[in-house]
Design a protein around this ligand. Sequence first.
Ligand SMILES: Nc1ncnc2c1ncn2[C@@H]1O[C@H](COP(=O)(O)OP(=O)(O)O)[C@@H](O)[C@H]1O
Ligand SMILES: [Mg+2]
Length: 197
Amino acid sequence: MIITVASFKGGVGKTTTAIHLAEFLQTDAPTLLVDGDLNRSALQWSGTGGFDFQVCDEGQAVKFSRNAEHIVIDTPARPSVEELATLAGGCDLLIVPTSPDALAMGAMLQMVDYLDKQIFRVLLTIVPAKPSKRGAEARAALESADLPVFSTDIRQLDAFKKAAEQGVSVNKVTGDRMAGIAWNCYQKVGEEILKNG
Ligand SMILES: Nc1ncnc2c1ncn2[C@@H]1O[C@H](COP(=O)(O)OP(=O)(O)O)[C@@H](O)[C@H]1O
Ligand SMILES: [Mg+2]
């Protein structure tokens, strides 16, 4: 399966999502993460070799993909409409992460307007814990617009920042008692993906 992670807005958890889905999919079959971002954030994060899956940049992707059953592609923010069409045409599933705030939701709504509902699914990320209602309100907005959305929220947790600092995925973070819960968010999303094919 080829999964691309893309959004108009930066900072909504694209790289975090790409890394953790690759880590999850690796438990199913050999997985490759292609770092399509010029900032090379996924490659930087993996600098210390803290992942089970393979990581390469776009220029190396053809060779590396030989051995991969699943491929996850991380992309830079702000793709043009033309680039978006190319991205959508090059994958089986386009994941559009958005945090539940108005700015990110606005950018997400603009983006999915250009996309076929068959190809994308929205992922709510960096969702603050209750009593904040942001997550629930964002989900209600997505559902009333009849947009495909993962049923799991990715919670806003410090463990994700620690993961980046420690150069590992969140399932390998030490010294954060919420790390297991953080990992479980992406596990559930990964299970939704494998279940729906
Ligand atoms: N679920 C989360 N909870 C808390 N912080 C998060 C979460 N997801 C991402 N972050 C943090 O938000 C920032 C942006 O995330 P990143 O994955 O790099 O986004 P993007 O690739 O869309 O720019 C990073 O500092 C990252 O550690
Ligand atoms: Mg990124």
